[in-house]
Design a protein around this ligand. Structure first.
Ligand SMILES: Nc1nc2c(ncn2[C@@H]2O[C@H](COP(=O)(O)OP(=O)(O)OP(=O)(O)O)[C@@H](O)[C@H]2O)c(=O)[nH]1
Ligand SMILES: [Mg+2]
Length: 464
């Protein structure tokens, strides 16, 4: 049971606006008392502590002005609930007015409005889930695609936490030996230091941490999307390609070079991987002030992008601008694309490759005829899955807080190995190993401070 007793909180847990149903969630020791004051069951009997947990009751919520809504209330008894406290969920018929009114009555009956993420925070503080799992709840709510959801669910299940606990356990085992040698260096029954064994364990743990650190680039992609720049000189068909991907006329398309001035970002879901497509101004030397600014932004997007679709116009010969763009793309992950293949070919791709060193695996498409797009989509997802825009991992770190803690934990172990190489001072090695364990503990919440907690839970929505 928790050491601190919390007050009873309430919030609307469904999204605002009209809906088939709206749920008010109430959690805390007095959750059932709060409900009893406003809920009038249809049958004879309400809910009392002798009733079984996970029971539902049909009835009415009444205020001073009469019936507000007909509702179903679920009663869940502590400690086998999300927050480990008593929870009541009032299922209204929906409609913003009824839901808000029921919440208002619950507050008048003794509950307090919940802070963002407060239900999940209680689940963490009351020991139902660890911190990494609590953060996964936030990710599940925000997941943009099936794959992002899959990663978040794996984290909620505790896959990451399990791994970290195992690694932390390995480090704790050697810490015990180190500390025994610090405290009782000459006692007979203290196992002597075995530097080789310690070194092996530290190296093995460090390798695993490094893998997790490396997985972050890919993990982030699944969560936030692959920023993909549509790049090319003016008029090659960048905006037309964006529109074909999206299957609606998002960007203005005209035969006039320099049509797109600003960057247009749209999300595209391919095989569960979120891509953020950025249609940019065609890159050229321009004297026009607006176009110039557009070109500047295009270049910046190209630099930032995780993937560049480098687009050429197949109906005209290449020029110096194409060559310059190819040179720029070479330092990045890119897919070379020839557009307008419905027109007679005038683009000498062989010569272009010779002049620039570009990857010769061009994808031929026609935004106008809609051909080749599937092939391009396949290449895009392959690049992510095969890890060309990141790696391929069983377990992925998707959270920047976890990433930086893992990085620090791994750095501490590098220090420990360094110390081991130079001397066998158990104090120094123990210090590094202990710090590394603390860093891992920060991820699961074993070691934590209230600032970190506030920061994490404040990013949640109210009612979660
Ligand atoms: N025949 C043919 N014409 C195309 C194709 N794709 C685009 N176009 C035409 O090429 C012209 C330019 O297309 P846009 O999509 O505006 O090109 P853009 O690269 O966005 O141009 P800027 O925004 O000016 O840089 C338009 O007239 C399009 O209709 C294609 O696959 N085949
Ligand atoms: Mg355009």
């Amino acid at each position: 049971m928790p050491e601190i007793q919390f007050d009873t909180i309430a919030a609307i847990s469904t999204p605002p606006g009209e809906g088939g149903i709206g749920i008010i969630k109430i959690s805390g020791e007095k959750a059932f008392n709060v409900v009893a004051k406003i809920f009038h069951p249809r049958g004879k009997k309400g809910f009392d502590s002798t009733d079984r947990s996970f029971t539902m009751r049909l009835g009415f919520i009444k205020g001073s002005g009469g019936i507000i809504d007909e509702v179903l209330v679920s009663f869940m008894k502590a400690p086998n609930t999300y927050t480990r406290e008593n929870i009541a969920e009032i299922n209204c018929h929906g409609g913003a007015v009824a839901v808000n009114e029921v919440l208002r009555l619950a507050l008048a009956a003794g509950a307090r409005p919940a802070q963002p993420g407060e239900f999940t925070k209680r689940a963490f503080i009351n020991g139902r889930i660890d911190l990494a799992q609590a953060e996964a709840v936030g990710d599940i709510v925000k997941a943009k695609t099936g794959k992002a959801l899959e990663k978040a669910l794996s984290q909620l299940k505790g896959d990451l936490s399990g791994k970290l606990n195992k690694l932390s356990g390995d480090l704790k085992d050697i810490l015990v030996v180190l500390e025994a040698n610090i405290d009782f260096p000459d006692e007979e029954d203290v196992a002597p230091l075995q530097p080789q064994k310690i070194k092996r364990t530290i190296m093995a743990v460090k390798k695993e941490l490094e893998n997790l650190v490396l997985s972050y680039d890919t993990g982030k992609i699944f969560k936030d999307g692959v920023l993909t720049a549509l790049s090319g000189k003016p008029n090659v068909g960048k905006s037309s390609i964006l529109n074909s991907f999206l299957k609606f006329e998002r960007a203005i398309v005209t035969p006039i070079p320099g049509t797109t001035r600003d960057v247009i970002e749209e999300q595209l879901n391919l095989d569960g991987i979120p891509f953020i497509l950025a249609d940019t101004a065609g890159i050229t030397e321009s004297k026009n002030l607006i176009e110039k600014e557009g070109v500047k932004r295009s270049r910046a997007y190209m630099d930032r992008a995780a993937l560049v679709l480098l687009i050429f116009d197949g109906s005209i010969p290449f020029d110096e601008r194409d060559i310059a763009l190819a040179g720029k793309a070479l330092t990045q992950k890119y897919i070379p694309v020839v557009n307008k293949t419905d027109l007679p070919n005038k683009l000498d791709t062989k010569e272009l490759v010779k002049r620039t060193g570009l990857d010769p695996r061009f994808v031929n498409i026609s935004a106008k005829a809609g051909t080749g797009l599937k092939e391009l989509e396949k290449r895009m997802t392959q690049m992510v899955i095969s890890g060309e825009t990141g790696g391929s991992y069983d377990l992925m770190v998707t959270n920047s807080r976890h990433f930086s803690a893992l990085q620090k934990a791994s750095d501490e172990l590098a220090c420990a190995l360094d110390t081991l190489r130079r001397s066998n001072e158990p104090e120094l090695i123990a210090y590094d190993v202990r710090t590394s364990i603390e860093m891992l503990g920060e991820i699961t919440g074993e070691v934590t401070n209230s600032d970190i907690l506030d920061e994490i839970f404040n990013s949640f929505c109210v009612g979660k």
